[in-house]
Design a protein around this ligand. Structure first.
Ligand SMILES: Cc1cc2nc3c(=O)[nH]c(=O)nc-3n(C[C@H](O)[C@H](O)[C@H](O)COP(=O)(O)OP(=O)(O)OC[C@H]3O[C@@H](n4cnc5c(N)ncnc54)[C@H](O)[C@@H]3O)c2cc1C
Length: 275
């Protein structure tokens, strides 16, 4: 289906992008377009204006700080993360990006778009929750006044970032600019997908950093996090979490609940084996 008519702007700076978003409630950021353009074609969303972030190099790239913290620009693609020498400091990032869809989607899709769409079947929301990522969200104050607008930033933990299906802490007029991921190597990820490279039926990401933190995707609107002392305690903790996963043509609620236990345990064991 053809797109409905939409305004388009390609800002030259992050400040300009934020001002354009803030000036129009119906404007949406365009990252890789792998979700947004598809929902526009299906007429499930019809923004008034697309603010194309693809010219903004300041939103791209992976930096590794001396303490091991990785800072990944929101517009960094999965392929760039997989190829980044710095991102190998936390190997699970490239490993999970390599499991997303196909090479075309990986070449266009971005870490920022993935978490901002918060599709419950996406790979990255549970991974970000497990590794303890922190999201930087920028907005403008004073847009429309005679004074120049100023840009303000706030940092939101992954635990508070995912709010509901397709809903995150990024509000109207705001932009996710970067994601900080603390040092660590003891991570795991497990998923059951619809065929090779397919959408997840259930996925789970785990990190061992003293405690074992497991985030399960596809069973609720946001990743469900359980924290336990040992991988052996994961299955019981997931069983006790009161999950009520959705049923659809791909899997019943009971099957998803079963997969949640199995995959959470598998991800936690993988993380522990890397300790
Ligand atoms: C065939 C196919 C299969 C797929 N399979 C998978 C899969 O198995 N696993 C998976 O995880 N994903 C999958 N995806 C989704 C893909 O990973 C998308 O790339 C991702 O969900 C969105 O990233 P994007 O960069 O394309 O964002 P876009 O589609 O451009 O944007 C998505 C949403 O995020 C908002 N947004 C984007 N960037 C920002 C920002 N910096 N600040 C504020 N808001 C922003 C946009 O306004 C929009 O609402 C698939 C997509 C396709 C087409």
């Amino acid at each position: 289906m053809l797109l409905r008519e939409v305004e388009y702007a390609k800002p030259a700076s992050v400040a300009e992008a934020i001002e354009l978003l803030a000036a129009n409630d119906g404007a949406r950021a365009l990252a890789g377009g792998q979700t947004l353009v598809n929902v526009m074609k299906a007429r499930a969303a019809s923004p008034d204006a697309l603010i194309d972030l693809n010219g903004l190099d300041e939103l791209r790239g992976v930096e590794l700080a001396a303490d091991g913290t990785l800072t990944i620009g929101a517009m960094t693609t999965y392929t760039e993360i997989m190829a980044s020498a710095e991102a190998k400091a936390r190997p699970i990032l490239g490993e999970v990006c390599a499991q997303i869809a196909d090479v075309q989607v990986r070449n266009r899709g971005t870490i920022g778009g993935n978490v901002c769409s918060n599709d419950p079947t996406n790979h990255l929301p549970p991974l970000m929750a497990a590794v303890g990522a922190r999201m930087t969200i920028a907005s403008a104050t004073g847009v429309g006044s005679t004074e120049p607008a100023s840009i303000v930033e706030r940092e939101v933990a992954a635990a508070d970032f995912f709010l509901g299906v397709y809903m995150t802490a990024v509000g109207p007029g705001e932009l996710l600019t970067k994601i900080a991921i603390p040092a660590g190597k003891h991570d795991g990820f497990a998923a059951v997908t619809l065929g090779a490279d397919g959408t997840c039926i259930v996925n789970a990401a785990a990190t061992v950093d003293g405690a074992v933190r497991v985030a399960i995707g596809c069973v609720d609107a946001v990743p469900v996090v359980v924290t336990v002392d040992s991988p052996d305690a994961v299955a019981e903790a997931v069983r006790g979490a009161g999950l009520e996963p959705p049923s659809d043509v791909h899997a019943s609620s009971a099957y998803r609940a079963h997969l949640a236990e199995v995959l959470a345990t598998r991800a936690a064991r993988q993380a522990a084996e890397r300790s």
